[in-house]
Design a protein around this ligand. Structure first.
Ligand code: DGJ
Length: 691
């Protein structure tokens, strides 16, 4: 039983397989956070509210943190009621438990507003999620000025807290940063209208001595693809608080009588055995509850972008397809440039008809050609956008976000469509349906190449401050519809690289385009951060010519890309015969290990942030794969790296194919093995099998 309510003490306990979260009602009506850590033996073991007798008015650990009373923490909710009243005082009303969900219903009677705190539990993943629902049952309109998803507390006494997050910029997404936080606040946020490349909505927090497989760590991930905010706050008390949810920047929601609003989900967890358990739990959550296509192996993909850019046509795509199939690709994706008058990024966005000069007979001949070569076909789209130089914009200039006073900002020569307008949503669904029903397309790469800036919805409009949320809600509706209807199509979420990678879009998407940066050295840092959060098969990694064809050996480029779902983005016309052979060899090797890489548990044996190499171990059923690369920095070339495996059974025996030896799990974990990464740019793929 995941939920327990101790009636006499008014305490709620939520248990997962290994952790517990608890909170309860003080007799004065305040709901206090009580515990978040390892699961204890007995319900009686959890902290009691008696400790709070004298100081319940002191609201620094409010589980249901609201704007009202002596609460100096981040509120989950700010409301402007009638007569400009803004204090919220709630009372417990009822609670219900349905399957994996606990709903605690509270009520601000004076303002006739019902606030429900929702907890979902994912026991085998040691994760719970929090969200907040607000219902206005008064006769007046109320304005929600801030709606967060949840807050929790980390008891770290007087010590600073090590806070780790994943930040970057275009082409440098999800790079790990850590800092010790003492008094004050640290805010991570997006204000770009999408998840953003600047910060990913995920963090870990620990006391400072935590490692991959040792120590305590708390974490949280917000499932939202729009503006968001995570605030870590240390006051002079015994706890850090962490709150997360939609960003209150330029945002408010009008709730008319009878209306309700619900926040996105904030997924939180605790591990007593280091960071890798956090990754395993998050990956398991995605496998079981998010990825509809989890069981499907991700195909080796070829993407045309870096070979032909906007200059795509039947001839060059068919020729690329021939070489792609020869080296072993399984799906051929034609990127930007196939539609409208799209010869550069200056025109054509919004005009989703096949360009007749480039594909005189439509896409069918290319698709047939690709299929005759034994591959599936995929296509790039950017449906939320329009170039001013397009038929769509000429016909519907009022479809974009803007305020009426100033000219809206052009970014990559494009504007953003107000996709919450029913006619715009219909336009997008209609053209996508036409594309998908008239053509045998098995892969859609859905891109978004600019942020939302002028959030005016339709030349003044009514409440333009809800635009940030409306855009995401509408996007989710469109994705839900399309992914439900076209179940045999893979949908990739791309936003100029990894700008829309989060658990919100992952309810619909099959995977992400991780980053436009495919330099194999830089990529190790991006992939290391990305895969800490997102399941390995969601991370597409292409071998390309980024930063030059001769900067790194092809074997090193392949090994780095084999640490996720493998793709190829090279200009195949430039491949020499030797390079073709190397590519064939590595693609075939990848196919022989990808069930383990894509489905297995990931262990970061050597982390490029601290070592001169990356070595990942993937463990799936009785198979293990080690992929390692050595970089050109930090170490003397005489040292041969030694690795100790993790996650094996002490008493079982494992055969290392490449070394032709059999060792016990204990030996592989305690004694370890050498890995042949002797020189800079060496790479190794080692297959191990339990015997
Ligand atoms: C940005 C993406 O990240 C690239 O891979 C490519 O699809 C371009 N957009 C196309 O405009």
């Amino acid at each position: 039983m995941a939920f327990k309510y101790l009636e006499d003490k008014k305490i709620f306990i939520i248990e997962t397989d290994n952790t517990a979260y608890s909170f309860g009602y003080h007799k004065d009506g305040h709901c206090k956070f009580l515990y978040f850590g390892e699961k204890l033996y007995d319900f009686k073991d959890y902290p009691d509210l008696s400790e709070y007798t004298d100081r319940s008015w002191w609201l620094w650990d409010e589980e249901h943190s609201l704007r009202g009373g002596a609460n100096f923490n981040e509120p989950l909710l700010k409301i402007s009621f009638e007569n400009n009243e803004r204090d919220i005082f709630t009372e417990y009303k009822s609670h219900s438990i349905k399957e994996n969900t606990l709903s605690v219903v509270t009520e601000d009677r004076a303002h006739k507003t019902e606030i429900t705190f929702i907890y979902k539990v994912f026991p085998e993943c040691d994760i719970i999620s929090k969200s907040v629902k607000v219902k206005n049952y008064s006769d007046n309109t109320i304005i929600i000025e801030d709606l967060k998803s949840g807050i929790f507390f980390i008891p770290v006494k007087n010590d600073p807290l090590k806070f780790t997050y994943f930040s970057g910029l275009w082409a440098h997404e999800t790079v790990k940063s850590s800092e010790f936080l003492s008094d004050g606040k640290k805010i991570l946020e997006s204000r770009t209208g999408q998840t953003s490349v600047y910060f990913n909505p995920f963090f870990t927090a620990d006391p400072g001595n935590t490692t991959e497989d040792y120590g305590e760590v708390w974490f949280g991930a917000l499932a939202w693809s729009g503006n968001w905010k995570i605030t870590l706050h240390k006051q002079k008390y015994e706890m850090f608080s962490v709150s997360a949810g939609m960003n209150d920047f330029d945002s408010e929601f009008v709730l008319n009588p009878g209306e309700e609003i619900i926040s996105p989900e904030f997924f939180i967890g605790y591990s007593s055995s280091g960071y890798e358990k956090v990754t395993h739990n998050l990956h398991d959550l995605q496998k079981k509850y998010f990825l509809k296509s989890y069981k499907a192996i991700r195909p080796v993909l070829y993407n045309s972008w870096e070979a032909t850019y906007f200059d795509v046509n039947y001839e060059n795509q068919s020729k690329l397809a021939e070489i792609a199939s020869e080296i072993g690709a399984e799906i051929f994706v034609t990127d930007d440039g196939w539609f409208g008058k799209r010869n550069s990024d200056r025109s054509g966005l919004g005009d989703w008809y096949v360009n007749p000069d480039k594909f005189p007979e439509g896409l069918t001949p290319l698709i047939n050609k690709v299929k005759s070569l034994g591959m599936e076909f995929g296509l790039w789209v950017e449906p939320e956008m329009v170039n001013p130089d397009s038929e769509l914009y000429k016909n519907h200039p009022d479809w974009i976000y803007r305020f009426s006073g100033n000219e809206p900002t052009l970014w990559r020569n494009q504007y953003i469509l107000n996709i919450a307008k029913p006619e715009v949503k219909k336009y997008i669904i209609d053209f996508m349906e036409k594309l998908l029903s008239e053509n045998d397309i098995r892969y859609i790469k859905w891109d978004m190449n600019r942020p939302i800036l002028e959030s005016g919805n339709n030349y003044g409009g009514i409440n333009t401050k809800s635009v940030w949320k409306d855009h995401v809600d509408s996007l989710y509706e469109i994705w839900e519809y399309l992914t439900e209807k076209y179940k045999n199509v893979f949908f990739e979420s791309c936003s100029g690289g990894g700008g829309r990678a989060d658990l919100g879009i992952l309810k619909y998407a099959d995977h992400f385009w991780t980053s436009d940066n495919t330099d194999p050295f830089d990529r190790q840092f991006i992939q290391n951060g990305f895969s800490e959060i997102y399941q390995t098969k969601t991370m597409y990694c292409w071998v390309t010519d980024w930063n030059g064809r001769d900067t790194y050996p092809l074997s090193y480029r392949f090994a780095v890309s084999m640490m996720g779902s493998l793709g190829i983005g090279m200009d195949l016309f430039k491949l020499s015969d030797d390079e073709k052979e190397i590519s064939k060899k590595y693609i075939s090797l990848y196919k022989s290990i990808r069930d383990v890489v894509q489905n297995g548990k990931l262990y970061r044996i050597k982390d490029p942030n601290y070592d001169a190499y990356t070595v990942n171990e993937y463990l799936y059923a009785d198979k293990i794969v080690i992929i390692g690369v050595r970089n050109h920095k930090k170490m003397s070339s005489f040292e041969i790296p030694h690795i100790k495996l993790r996650g094996l059974e002490d008493n079982s025996f494992y055969y290392i194919e490449d070394y032709n030896i059999t060792l016990s799990g204990k030996a592989l974990m305690a004694r370890g093995i050498n890995i042949p990464l002797k020189k800079p740019f060496d790479s190794a793929v080692i297959k191990i099998k339990k015997v």
